[in-house]
Design a protein around this ligand. Sequence first.
Ligand SMILES: [Zn+2]
Ligand SMILES: [Zn+2]
Length: 290
Amino acid sequence: MLFCIVFISHFLLFAFLKEAVRLPDQTNLILIFINLGIFATVLELWFPRKKDFKPTKFDMSLNMFFLAFDQFLLRPFLGIYTLFVFVPFLQKTFMVLHLYQLWRSSWPFYVQSLLIFLLMTFSTYWAHRLMHIVPLFWHFHRLHHVSQKLNWFVTFWNHPLHSLMIFSFAMFFPILFAIPEPILIYPILITVLVSTLNHANFKMEPTSLNYFFPSVLEHEIHHSMNFKEAGHNYGVSFLLWDHVFNTYKSPQQSVTEEVGVKGWEGNNQDKKRYTLFVLRDFIWPFRKLK
Ligand SMILES: [Zn+2]
Ligand SMILES: [Zn+2]
């Protein structure tokens, strides 16, 4: 229930900011994100789902590092990458097909938003699934899985190569079809809201909304230390493609004992060494696990 309340209230707040305050969409997104972070932190303190998932001061130093890296370094880098590398590359390789002519800007705004949301979640579903299947990709995706606690900060525990791959898959169709930026704003908003909430450690009762929009109960299965169990619920913000490609698992079908990565050398180490292991994985993720 809390998932629905926080999700819907932030969605409506964004719609209000967009229509009534008329700040740039990017500014509205940042405001919503700050609000969501405050909400999630307070809810995790007041209604913790698992008491042992509460971050220690060592966890918090990592959390702040990954959050700051994501927001202040990675985001500007991805902007430059899109402009100078990704768009010219797609223009050279795919634009000759003139696929953008298939997209009609005369279609209603919400139809275009829904269609592009379906395409973006389709491509990121496969990017995420490939990261679990292809060993090279798993090396830089595993950082997202090494934390043995889930809280909303874990959303940002990502290696830059992971973020680059997810971002490239997510933006493939929007660039291919030359989608105008305003059409992307609600798909991006939903992705930010759901992917942050489904790492948060506050009590969430299952609701029918979670059949498509995963809460922490669905996403925790994906973070299971059991690698076979982790091969489910690849959709971080939308589970339709897991239903279609038969990788969906409901919380009723599965009990996640532990989250994390088996054999990862940071496990069971003292807190200081654990922090160093995580940072080492961030700098060089291509080491083999014992
Ligand atoms: Zn994963
Ligand atoms: Zn996750």
